[in-house]
Design a binder for this molecule. Structure first.
Ligand SMILES: CC(C)(COP(=O)(O)OP(=O)(O)OC[C@H]1O[C@@H](n2cnc3c(N)ncnc32)[C@H](O)[C@@H]1OP(=O)(O)O)[C@@H](O)C(=O)NCCC(=O)NCCS
Length: 189
């Protein structure tokens, strides 16, 4: 299948990463508020290698975490997209939907708009049967995005993230899911 390099929503382009995105992306990943629900902020080098991994995922799978660009200002504002889960858990193999936006772009519906666009791509173009999302228990803003795009939560699916130590405070995660059938129901009411 042809790689899906770009998607578009009303206010956003979901596009390939450019080398020029690194300063903004690194600033976002160095912001303690943005990274509040992750184990640590990222150094510039760690951010650069994240972009490398994201590009590698696109090369391998033909989809991934798209860079987000506002159409009105042209600014890079973060990422949203689909990612093959890279660890073993009761719900894997699975494709997850994920997002991270720079703080000045929160509260304007950009994450939900981009997430909706990525989810539609997952079902419409990639023909996935299911998409999952997960986050640490306390990350309510992220959970709201999951709910906004019609995902469902069953507490029986919650899990301990295998990449975090047993005593790590962020270890417990919520799992949200949406099946292709549920997505079609959301679309058609
Ligand atoms: C998770 C994250 C992307 C959510 O961003 P967000 O801006 O809160 O999410 P949205 O873009 O969907 O915006 C929704 C909010 O914008 C408001 N809004 C304003 N204009 C809007 C519009 N045109 N359409 C929809 N919502 C709009 C909504 O009322 C809603 O506010 P509320 O949360 O107070 O109800 C952001 O908090 C983030 O980047 N966090 C750090 C990274 C992270 O934790 N990622 C997830 C890891 S699992």
């Amino acid at each position: 299948m042809e790689p899906i390099l770009e998607l578009e929503s009303a206010r956003l382009l979901l596009r390939q990463w450019r080398d020029e995105d690194l300063p903004e992306f690194a600033a976002m990943c160095a912001d303690p508020q943005v990274m509040r629900y992750f184990p640590a902020t990222l150094s510039r080098l760690e951010s650069a290698s994240s972009i490398g991994r994201i590009r590698g995922h696109f090369a391998e799978h033909g989809f991934g975490l798209w860079a987000l660009q506002r159409k009105d200002t042209g600014q890079f504002i973060g990422f949203t997209g689909l990612n093959v889960v890279g660890f073993d858990a009761p719900f894997t193999p699975a494709t997850e939907i994920g997002w991270r936006l720079a703080r000045e772009h929160w509260g304007q519906g950009y994450a939900s708009e981009a997430a909706w666009t990525a989810l539609r791509c997952g079902f419409d173009r990639l023909s996935l049967d299911e998409v999952v999302a997960f986050t640490t228990l306390a990350n309510l803003p992220s959970e709201k995005v999951m709910q906004a795009i019609g995902m469902h939560h069953d507490p029986a699916d919650d899990f301990d993230h295998p990449r975090l130590d047993a005593d790590h405070p962020l270890r417990r995660h919520l799992l949200y899911r949406i099946s292709r059938e549920q997505w079609l129901q959301t679309l058609h009411g």
